[in-house]
Design a protein around this ligand. Sequence first.
Ligand code: ZN
Length: 72
Amino acid sequence: MKCPWCKTEMIDGFINSSRKVVFSQKPNDDFFFLAGRESINLTQHNWTRPSAKAYHCENCKKVIVDYSIEIE
Ligand SMILES: [Zn+2]
């Protein structure tokens, strides 16, 4: 995937966490396993090893998460 900001090739990888990761329009809109009503769950396997497909650009210091991709 090309970085949408600088157009260089991004590094293929994953977001890995000890807890699920959500996108929210408000900070701290998540409490343990209860996501806020507006939150979007980004990670899979949230009870064992939460992770999500992601791409990293070293130049721009940005990560893009693709939570549509199924992780084995
Ligand atoms: Zn970039």
